[in-house]
Write a protein that binds this ligand. Structure first.
Ligand SMILES: [Zn+2]
Length: 101
């Protein structure tokens, strides 16, 4: 297992893991509920993280991440009126509760 990404928000971690899995890179999200303890532990430990199962996928995973970063820089995010979670601006539905954005 190899940590490939430390996310700023939960949707961010899930989006990255989803894209990696779609590309055939087995990825998992850890720490997704840890944000409430930020302040007690170093931020790097408390933020949601994406790990990949096979170290040999690292190069492909990093290329994919670079592309996601470019997309995110163009898009921004939108806050859900129902649950308050942020979703990428190009989403039609909230990733968390499914409400229209
Ligand atoms: Zn929502």
């Amino acid at each position: 297992m190899l940590r490939i990404y430390t996310a700023r928000a939960r949707y961010d971690a899930w989006l990255v893991a989803d894209r990696l899995n779609q590309a055939g890179i087995r990825a998992h999200v850890f720490n997704q509920h840890a944000q409430s303890i930020v302040g007690d532990v170093p931020p790097d430990v408390a933020q949601p993280q994406v790990w990949i199962e096979r170290a040999q996928d690292e190069e492909r995973a990093r290329l994919l991440l670079a592309r996601l970063d470019e997309e995110a820089a163009r898009g921004g995010s939108a806050q859900c009126a129902k649950c308050g979670e942020e979703s990428p601006a190009n989403f039609d539905l909230c990733w968390n509760c499914g409400a229209p954005l």
